[in-house]
Design a protein around this ligand. Structure first.
Ligand code: HC1
Length: 603
């Protein structure tokens, strides 16, 4: 450990620690635009300059490694002058009208300018935008007039997501963030995950905003407007109203949604549970084929298919591995198909008059619902996917203060919230939900007999990739729901399920390369892959900022909600059992569910 003194405070840090990190340990804040807790240091913005005793010039705190005892000053007239100068220069090149910017009051450049007392444009400011706004993507809007060249988006896309569709071009005054061949974002291999916009300090990258469209349909008395709410937004939306990350707002959000004028609010947990029944049955069918040696050899490991950014990633970069994907649609899309068929019939409403909205933590969901494969109800299954940030904006526009609203339940006929559905939001959650159901269905015993409180802790956590073994020590009788597919489970007795979990497509690449190379993941039976860091709770549509700490707090809220529910397993959700009884009569992976709830992807 190396002793270091920062502003008179002493701390010992491992050799190589940056000044910025050492200062954070002491609770000191050094401002920066290019540093981000999820990214490696770049040292490009020069806002974090500090004095290091013995050095003739100011040094960037984010890249200066502490190798020997040193003395640092983070605030002095020279430092303030230098930082102010950098901010003035950035503003001289920054055409962004704060009043109309999506990031107004949540912009790091604006906050810095305020902090350093900038009350005029010292070097002038552009009088007109220099760049056309790129609206070609179904998910993301790029306005390079607001870019500060911090390269957080470039590093996120390259280092975290392994997509590399953004890059820095040219040097000096000509420098800009661009795409391959300077093409529109919608024409390059972007996976729409929106992880870049979660780390953008300004309004250069934002989601495609559909709130005006939504207000229009809500104002149309001929439309029956319903919304399903994904598990992740409820753990984060409070942040937009000044609450601590991880303050659950599930039931206050239901009240807000009703007051906005929606006719019904449903929980995506219902269709997450439906997904588990479908995807779990598909897994058992593939395992049966593999373990009984039946031809043709099944596609294993089965890969989850609910994260649309991940789907686009495998389509772009590993098309030869597409057969490994589960054919189950995502919960968003399953619910959409159910709403315009089963629900429409139950309520006697013409599906043409139903507007099906999804509240998602994700900007790729906007792309997903526009895919040509997603019309199996005979209509577009989901009409709009809006983000947590868009709903926050609508709630504010309506003059509602979310934290002060009373609580209300979800609406029938999908009103039962479930624990397995809610944990979908955290990395490892889809796997845990699937295991709760598969273990109980196959062994005929309670999952609590094997794991305390049904918490399958080994698949939880935030490591980028995880591999876990789940023994199946005994088997029980085949439940009615699956008798169409299996006469017994003897073929699974004594087997060990090998499962994997990865989050962030950079980690997905590691898993896919490992499968190709015949490594440990190639021997897995089932792998959960999510495009975003931390799973959906770290999605591109969630409140900004994001960081490992914020995502951990959101995860706590998710697991807390799971523990609080009476129904914690997908196969025990009464609404799921009812829909198999009343509508999907031939059960999971039957003909009707195949037509409505499954799909296939082509390279
Ligand atoms: Fe997700 Fe999913 S968990 S993909 O992260 O399978 O977006 O929250 O809604 O569809 O349920 C997102 C979250 C979400 C789907 C579910």
């Amino acid at each position: 450990l190396v002793p270091v003194t920062i502003d008179g405070l002493e701390v010992e840090v491992p050799a190589g620690t940056t000044i910025l990190a050492a200062a954070r340990r002491l609770g000191l804040r050094i401002p920066s635009l290019c540093a981000h807790p999820d990214l490696r240091a770049a040292g490009v913005c020069r806002v974090c300059m500090v004095e290091v005793k013995g050095q003739r010039t100011l040094q960037p705190a984010c890249t200066f490694p502490i190798e020997r005892p040193i003395e640092i000053t983070t605030s002095s007239p020279a430092i303030r002058k230098a930082r102010r100068h950098v901010i003035d220069l950035l503003l001289a090149n920054h055409y962004g009208d704060c009043n109309t910017c999506k990031r107004n009051n949540n912009c790091e450049l604006q906050a810095l300018a305020h902090e350093y007392g900038v009350d005029s444009f010292r070097f002038g400011t552009p009088s007109a935008p220099k760049h056309a706004i790129d609206r070609s993507s179904p998910s993301i809007v790029r306005d390079m007039n607001k870019c500060v060249l911090c390269r957080r988006c470039v590093r996120t896309c390259l280092e975290n997501q392994d997509v590399a569709c953004l890059a820095i071009q040219d040097r000096g005054a000509k420098s800009k963030v661009t795409t391959f061949g300077d093409k529109p974002l919608g024409a390059v291999a972007c996976i729409n995950c929106g992880q870049c916009l979660n780390r953008c300090p300004t309004g250069a990258l934002t989601e495609v905003d559909q709130t005006d469209d939504l207000w229009s349909v809500l104002d149309d008395p001929t439309k029956h407007v319903v919304i399903q709410t994904a598990p992740a937004p409820r753990a984060a939306i409070g942040e937009g109203f000044g609450l601590e990350p991880g303050t659950p707002m599930t039931f206050q959000m239901n009240t807000a949604i009703k007051r906005l004028g929606f006719d019904a609010v449903f929980d995506t947990n219902f269709s997450a549970d439906l997904t588990i029944l479908e995807e779990g049955t598909e897994l058992l069918l593939r395992l049966h084929q593999a373990l009984t040696g039946k031809d043709p050899a099944p596609a294993l490991p089965q890969l989850t298919s609910c994260s649309p950014g991940w789907i686009k990633y495998i389509e772009h970069f590993y098309p030869d591995q597409l057969p490994l994907l589960s054919s189950a649609k995502s919960p968003q899309q399953m619910f959409g198909a159910v709403i315009k068929t089963y629900y429409a019939k139950l309520k006697g409403i013409d599906p043409r008059d139903i507007v099906s909205v999804a509240l998602m933590p994700c900007v790729a969901k906007k792309f997903e619902c526009s895919r040509p494969e997603m019309n199996d109800s005979g209509f577009r299954d989901v009409d709009y996917a809006v983000t947590t940030r868009e709903l926050t904006k609508m709630i504010r526009e309506a003059g509602l203060n979310l934290p002060q609203l009373p609580k209300s339940d979800f609406d029938d006929p999908f009103e039962t919230p479930s624990g397995s559905g809610v944990i979908f939001a955290a990395t490892g959650g889809v796997m845990e939900a699937a295991l709760r159901t598969v273990i109980e269905i196959v062994t005929g015993k309670k999952v609590e007999d094997f794991y305390d409180h049904a918490d399958i802790v080994p698949v939880r956590g935030f490591e980028g990739v995880r591999l876990v073994e789940i023994p199946i020590p005994e088997v029980g009788p085949v439940p009615d729901l699956l008798q169409r597919h299996f006469s017994d489970f003897e073929w699974l007795k004594g087997a060990t399920l090998r499962v994997g979990v990865a989050h962030g497509t950079g980690n997905a690449r590691k898993v896919l390369d490992d499968i190709k190379a015949g490594g440990p993941f190639s021997t897995c039976h089932f792998i959960e892959l999510m495009a975003c860091s931390g799973g959906c709770l770290g999605g591109g549509g969630q409140p900004i900022p994001t960081s490992p700490e914020i995502r951990a707090k959101r995860a706590q809220a998710i697991y807390g909600e799971d523990a609080s529910y009476v129904v914690r397993k997908s196969h025990e959700n009464p609404q799921v059992l009812k829909i198999y009884n009343e509508f999907l009569e031939d059960g999971p992976c039957g003909h009707k569910s195949h037509d409505l709830l499954h799909t296939s992807y082509t390279p």
